[in-house]
Ligand binder design. Structure first.
Ligand code: GRF
Length: 234
C-alpha cells in the first residue's frame, strides 16, 4: 500500500437524523485531526442535512427511487470525485452501496452497525429491528461495530467494536439508547484509527477495546468536551 498524505477528506452518507454524522463533525471540530468532513450525501432531505448546513458541510442528494443502480453508482462516484473524497463513512445510510463505489473505495469505506456483528446483521437488520432482535436474544453483551463495507451486506472486515454488558431487563428502546451513545464515541475513534494507518501506509489492525478507550482519553485531553467512559454509559 502506498503512503498517503492527510488530512483525508471524508464524505458521510446518511439517510436519517444524522446523530452519528454530528458526532463526527464535533470530533473534527474539537481538535487537530488527520481527516475532515467535506461532503454529506443523502438519498433524500432529512435531519442530517440541517446539521450539515449549520456546520458548513456541502450536501448532495442522490435520489434512488426508480433509478438504475448503474446510474446511482455513476452519480455517486462523480460527486465523490468532484469533492476529492478520500474516505467514505456510512452513518445510517439505508440504501445499497453500488459495487463500483465499494471497489473504488476498498479499504477506505466504513459503516457503523448498532450491534455486535456478525450477530444481528444482514438484510432487514437495521434500526429498531436490530435492537428488538438483541432484546429477544440470550446475548449477554450489547454494543456497536465499525466494519469495512464490501459487496456483502454487513459482512466486511470488522475494524472495531465497543461492547458492554447487557442489563437483562432493558427493553429494545433502552438498548437502542445505550448503543447510540457508544456509537457516538466509537465511530470518531475508528476513523482516527483508519487515517493513522493510511498515513503510515499500512492496513489498520483491528481495534481492541483498549484502543477505543485510549482514543477517547486522548480526545478528552485535547478538547474541552466531557467524555464519558464505558462504565459511565451503563
Ligand atoms: C445508527 O444506529 C447506526 O448504527 C445505523 O443507523 C443509525 C443512524 O442513526 N447504521 P443516526 O441517523 O446517526 O442518528
Amino acid at each position: 500500500m502506498t503512503q498517503a498524505r492527510g488530512p483525508f477528506r471524508a464524505a458521510v452518507l446518511a439517510s436519517g437524523g444524522g446523530s452519528n454524522f454530528q458526532s463526527l463533525i464535533n470530533h473534527v471540530a474539537s481538535g487537530d485531526r488527520t481527516w475532515s468532513i467535506n461532503l454529506l450525501v443523502m438519498n433524500r432531505e432529512q435531519g442530517a442535512a440541517r446539521r450539515a448546513r449549520s456546520a458548513g458541510v456541502p450536501i448532495h442528494i442522490i435520489p434512488t427511487k426508480g433509478r438504475e443502480v448503474s446510474e446511482i453508482a455513476q452519480e455517486t462516484l462523480r460527486v465523490l470525485d468532484e469533492h476529492a473524497i478520500d474516505i467514505v463513512l456510512l452513518a445510517g445510510y439505508l440504501r445499497c452501496i453500488p459495487s463500483e463505489v465499494t471497489s473504488r473505495f476498498s479499504g477506505r469505506i466504513l459503516n457503523i452497525h448498532p450491534a455486535l456483528l456478525p450477530e444481528f446483521g444482514g438484510p432487514g437488520m437495521y434500526g429498531m429491528n436490530v435492537h428488538r432482535a438483541v432484546a429477544e436474544s440470550e446475548s449477554a453483551m450489547i454494543g456497536a461495530t465499525i466494519h469495512f463495507v464490501s459487496e456483502l451486506y454487513d459482512e466486511g472486515t470488522i475494524l472495531g467494536q465497543w461492547r458492554m454488558s447487557r442489563c437483562p431487563e432493558d427493553s429494545a428502546e433502552e438498548i437502542a439508547a445505550k448503543v447510540l451513545k457508544i456509537e457516538h464515541r466509537l465511530y470518531p475513534a475508528a476513523v482516527d484509527h483508519l487515517c493513522d494507518a493510511l498515513l503510515a501506509g499500512t492496513r489498520p489492525e483491528r481495534m481492541v477495546d483498549v484502543d477505543v478507550k485510549e482514543s477517547f482519553e486522548e480526545h478528552h485531553r485535547k478538547s474541552s468536551t466531557s467524555i464519558e467512559l464505558t462504565e459511565e454509559i451503563q
